[in-house]
Structures are given as structure tokens and as C-alpha cells.
Design a protein around this ligand. Structure first.
Ligand code: SAH
Length: 383
């Protein structure tokens, strides 16, 4: 039959039928067992883990310390990389945003935020999101699917490789925040698996103490997380001080209202380590949740539950289809002062990467809007 170039549909079907094992989500022990099934000794598994996780190599052919025959075999039966960068954007402040695609064509967004003393990578736990927070752009995609542990790990590898090059040790520590697309506590098993893989000192070595998971308030999973050893830090997105308003802004509140949520936070608080604090995030929406009265209600809510948390005020990042505007700087400052006068530690979060829509809640496929920005696209699979 004459050769014809593959059509998009063919590529999708090939990917969907790809039976090769994804190795990025496997722990060192699992990789050792895996190479043993290929008839290889355990030390090859350790070598492979170091190559994939410590050196962040995303192509078996690049692992030159493995014998050629094994590399060829691995290429046939396994995968070292499934996410591809579809497009990337760099902000004037150094923030880099990536739109990646899964093997089945779904969007995954990741943001790399360089700071003087550390880098922070904001990763997605799901493609899209099932929650319907009215101020968040990702909500408009709905849930496409939860990401695998490997897809979570890959986001971090891709961002570090892009910033520093494959195999290069980052000059600063890496913090992770599960604040990209999705509700991490609706994908807790894969998330915890990814965190365990990344914590390995012979791999990426990003320990849970450097990771913050943000939730809209999935109460049973907050309680599960409280029982987890080596757990990450927790942040709770509040956005409103009363059930009435929170039901409207974050419909998940109808399932787990504020009193239940804060009772779970209280249980979680008992597991905090010295110096560790729960964080509450409060997106500031102009004339919706930013009045003096609402600041007092918020302080009273936290004080009534006797929670010694800190509050992060996040100025709303506006986006066309969202019906909100950010609170003014003066309003945010007033709100902060009221909280502080009632003994609540409050911080105002500086938006990063606003010019590339990399800020919180702005992650959603916005190809059209972004196409006129400094875009490097497409660069396909990277290693
Ligand atoms: N589902 C999780 C994690 C993703 S959202 C959660 O709800 O926490 C991460 C943070 O971004 C949340 O605190 C959320 O309230 C905030 N956020 C969402 N949309 C925003 C927007 N348009 N502007 C500012 N912050 C936003």
C-alpha cells in the first residue's frame, strides 16, 4: 500500500492503544521489580530510576550507562515520557507557563515560578476540574480526567528540564504547590504516589515538607490526609466567610459546609508539626467578598473554631468569561488590617505571571488569547 502521512485520528488511536508501561510514576522498588520481569538484575532498576528521576532523562536512548540492547528493549515495552509540551509562555517576571498534552490529547498546565531562594512549581492534579467555583477559569473545562502519578511527576521534570536542562541539578530548592488545574484531593492516591516517588533521595528528592496541597474542601480526604505519615502541607480555599456566599461561589460548600470543613481543619491542625501552619486562601472579589463586615465574619469564623491558621489574600485574576473584578489594593489592605486586628496572620499574595495568564485560576486552554504573546510553539516532546 502506498505511504500516506498519518492523520490526527490515527495518532490518537495509536496512542490510545499504546500498551507500553509508563515508568515515571514508579518507585525505585517498583522499577527494580519491573526490570526483573525483563530478566535484568536489580541494579539495572536502580540505574534506571536514577536516570529517570535524578537526571530527569526522558528518552531511554539517552541513558548511556544502560546496555544498548536493554535501551532498545525498554523503548519497545515501556515509556519514559508521555506528556508533550504543546506551547509555552515566558512572563516578564521570569514565570514560565506550559500547556502540555497527555497521550490522549488532554490539556495539562504547569507554571514555574523562580524566586531568589527557591523555585516554585505549580502543577495540575487533574485535566480540567469537576468543581464549579464561579471565579475560576479551569472550572469552565469541566473534568476531563484525573492525572496519573507519572503525569504529575512528569510536569515537574519538564519544568526543571526547561529551566536548567536535563541532568542539571537545580541551583535552588524546589517547592511544589498543587494549585494548578483540578482538585488534588479528588485524586489523592495518585497525588500521594507521585509525592512518594519525588521524595526519594536518589530521585528528584523533593520531600513532602516542600509541597503544599490546596483543596476546595473535600472533607473526608482532609481527614485521610491528616492520618497520612509524610504528608504535604495543606491549604484550604475559602473565598467566603458565610455558607450563603460560599454556596454561591464554591458549590462544593453545599456538600461540605463551613462548619464541617473547619471541624476537619481542626482535626488536621492536631497533626501539624512545630512551625507548620494551615493556610486559608481567600480570593478577593471586588464588592462580592471584600467588605469590612466580611473581614470580621472571616476572623470570627476562624476564631470561633479556634484555628491558628494564616490567611493568604489572593487578588482575583480576572479573565473575560468570569463575572468578577479584583478588589482594589486599598480594599485588600483594609481587609488584611481587620483580620490582623483580630489576631489572624494575613499575607497578601503577589500575582506572578499575570501577563501570561499563569496566575491562580487562570489556567485553562486560552489558546486564542495567548497566541499574540511571546510564545514558543510547538516544541513537541522534550527531553
Ligand atoms: N482545587 C484546588 C486547587 C486549585 S485552585 C483549590 O480549590 O484549592 C488554586 C487556588 O487558586 C485556590 O485557592 C483558588 O481559590 C484560587 N483561584 C481560582 N481562581 C482564581 C482566580 N481567578 N483568581 C485568583 N485566584 C483564583
Amino acid at each position: 500500500m502506498a505511504f500516506r502521512p498519518p492523520r490526527a485520528l490515527d495518532v490518537k488511536m495509536t496512542n490510545a492503544m499504546d500498551k507500553r508501561v509508563e515508568l515515571t510514576g514508579l518507585s525505585q522498588l517498583e522499577l527494580i521489580s519491573y526490570v526483573e520481569t525483563l530478566g535484568e538484575p536489580a541494579y539495572r532498576g536502580r540505574q534506571l530510576f536514577a536516570a529517570l528521576q535524578h537526571r530527569r532523562l526522558r528518552d531511554f536512548e539517552a541513558i548511556s550507562d544502560l546496555p544498548k540492547a536493554l535501551r532498545t528493549r525498554l523503548t519497545e515495552v515501556a515509556q519514559a515520557a508521555t506528556l508533550k509540551i504543546e506551547s509555552q509562555y515566558t512572563s516578564g517576571d521570569g514565570t514560565r507557563r506550559y500547556l502540555m498534552k497527555t497521550h490522549d490529547g488532554l490539556p495539562v498546565e504547569t507554571v514555574f515560578i523562580p524566586e531568589e531562594r527557591r523555585d516554585t512549581i505549580c502543577f495540575s492534579s487533574q485535566s480540567g476540574c469537576p468543581l464549579q467555583c464561579t471565579f475560576c477559569l479551569t472550572a469552565q473545562l469541566g473534568l476531563l480526567r484525573s492525572l496519573t502519578a507519572g503525569e504529575i511527576v512528569e510536569q515537574i521534570q519538564i519544568a526543571l528540564n526547561d529551566a536548567y536542562g536535563a541532568g542539571v541539578k537545580p541551583p535552588r530548592g524546589t517547592n511544589l504547590v498543587a494549585m494548578g488545574a483540578g482538585e488534588p484531593l479528588l485524586n489523592l492516591d495518585s497525588l500521594l504516589k507521585a509525592l512518594r516517588v519525588m521524595a526519594d533521595p536518589q530521585g528528584l528528592h523533593i520531600v513532602p515538607n516542600r509541597v503544599t496541597v490546596s483543596t476546595a474542601g473535600v472533607v473526608p480526604r482532609i481527614l485521610d490526609l491528616a492520618k497520612t505519615t509524610d504528608r504535604p502541607h495543606l491549604a484550604i480555599s475559602l473565598a467566603a466567610p458565610t455558607d450563603e456566599l460560599r454556596n454561591e461561589l464554591m458549590p462544593i460548600n453545599k456538600r461540605w459546609p463551613l462548619d464541617e470543613l473547619l471541624a476537619a481543619c481542626k482535626v488536621f491542625e492536631k497533626t501539624l508539626k512545630p512551625g507548620e501552619r494551615l493556610t486559608f486562601e481567600y480570593v478577593m472579589l471586588d464588592r462580592v467578598n471584600d467588605s469590612d463586615e466580611q473581614a470580621r465574619q472571616l476572623a470570627n469564623l476562624l476564631n470561633r473554631h479556634n484555628i491558628k491558621a494564616k490567611v493568604n489574600l489572593i487578588p482575583h485574576n480576572p479573565a473575560d468569561p468570569l463575572p468578577y473584578q479584583p478588589s482594589s489594593e486599598a480594599t485588600v489592605e483594609r481587609f488584611k488590617n481587620i483580620l490582623e486586628s483580630k489576631g489572624i496572620h494575613t499575607y497578601v499574595r503577589r500575582p506572578r505571571g499575570r501577563d501570561i495568564f499563569a496566575a491562580c485560576g487562570q489556567l485553562a486552554a486560552r489558546q486564542g488569547t495567548l497566541s499574540n504573546l511571546s510564545q514558543t510553539t510547538p516544541i513537541g516532546a522534550i527531553s
